[in-house]
Design a protein around this ligand. Structure first.
Ligand code: WQD
Length: 338
């Protein structure tokens, strides 16, 4: 298959490109490098022996996207491209709504023009908002998002869903990620946040290499087993393989479908820190801080549907993810910066 991967130089995108290339798919990446480095392309080549075709630019640049589709008759698109910093989205909502929604609208328009009918969209568990019961299934209510980033994920699902109503021959799969962590086992690619990490694992690894003095634990008074927030941490390689499984399934079925991609297990902040310290024999100093606004107490997936319909299961453990994150960070103390 020939696959366009938007945002394919990013954290989840690059791990997915690796798995696609290892499965002999042809990959073209479009990425504006606003949250990625071109170095990742060389790392992908080292891992797979193949260099994906790369176009630097924005998906909403219709002239550029059209020129790419003219050259490459794609079979499918995986759409990762989008801004993803929750806090920044609260400060700059228009930046998020314009970029994350317009990119999807232009992508659908160009896909239609070139008769490309398979789309995998990078959605998020954040569309469930503040859930009332655990674990979360795909049938649970969505839309109670608590920030513009989450709202764009929810709105993109609506846009794609309504597009599929108007185009029943379309195959569109929404993949709702829980909390991606970890890195490729080679340590060559991984999560490379710009500036102060928003997410837990990259903050832990930066503490572990001495770049940060301690980890701030945002609240230990949640109604959970140890008072800290519980999330479903899924290894990024398992997540990447979920995209490959989705593409395979779309060979045989049109229509709009949603899958949770998680492990089905909840882990608290303190439990993840302890797992990291044990797996890597390092110590992570902590400081308990007030809760972070917008955070919820608990969030983990029911993955029955994705396990059954995709034939996909997350097999990598929390320890695997802790070891792989540490290997990436140790080998790349400044990320992809040389
Ligand atoms: C996890 C837990 C924090 C940092 C968000 C998006 C989601 C996805 C991942 C975007 C929470 C605690 C965190 C820190 C901490 N996509 N924490 N100290 O908020 O669950 O999900 O990011 O990237 O769509 O909503 O992930 O890693 O920020 O937080 O105590 O320095 O760790 O309170 O309980 P989150 P997270």
């Amino acid at each position: 298959m020939r696959v366009l991967v938007t945002g394919g130089a990013g954290y989840i995108g690059s791990h997915t490109v690796v798995e696609l290339l290892l499965q002999k798919q042809e990959v073209v990446i479009i990425d504006d490098l606003s949250n990625a480095k071109e170095e990742v392309l060389r790392r992908i080549q080292t891992i797979t022996g193949k260099t994906p075709i790369f176009y630097r630019g924005q998906v909403q640049d219709e002239a550029l996207l059209t020129s790419i589709f003219k050259v490459h008759p794609f079979d499918a698109v995986i759409h990762f491209a989008g801004y993803k910093a929750v806090g920044e989205s609260v400060e700059k909502p228009l930046k998020y709504f314009e970029n994350n929604l317009l990119s999807t609208i232009v992508l659908l328009r160009v896909m239609e023009q070139f008769n490309v009918k398979k789309l995998v969209f990078s959605s998020s568990a954040t569309v469930y908002g503040t859930p009332t019961k655990m674990p979360l299934t795909e049938a649970d209510p969505i839309g109670g998002t608590t920030n513009p980033y989450g709202a764009t994920k929810f709105m993109n699902e609506l846009i794609i869903k309504d597009y599929c109503v108007a185009h029943p021959e379309m195959a569109a799969t929404m993949l709702r990620y829980f909390n991606p962590i970890g890195a490729h086992p080679t340590g060559l690619i991984g999560e490379d946040p710009q500036g102060i990490p928003n997410n837990l694992m990259p903050f832990i690894t930066q503490v572990a290499i001495g770049k940060r003095p301690h980890l701030n634990v945002f609240g230990n008074d949640y109604p959970t087993r140890d008072g800290t927030g519980i999330r479903d941490y899924i290894h990024v390689v398992d997540l990447a393989l979920g995209h490959v499984a989705s593409l395979e399934k779309m060979q045989h079925a049109a229509g709009y479908v949603v899958y949770n991609l998680g492990t089905g297990k909840g882990t608290s902040v303190l439990e993840l820190v302890h797992a990291f310290e044990t797996a890597n024999q390092v110590s992570i100093p902590l400081q308990i801080q007030p809760r972070r606004s917008g955070d919820i107490a608990e969030n983990y997936a029911d993955c029955t549907k994705s396990n059954r319909e995709l034939g996909w299961v997350a097999t990598r453990t929390l320890v695997d993810a802790c070891r792989d994150s540490w290997k990436w960070q140790s080998k790349n103390p400044s990320g992809y910066e040389s």
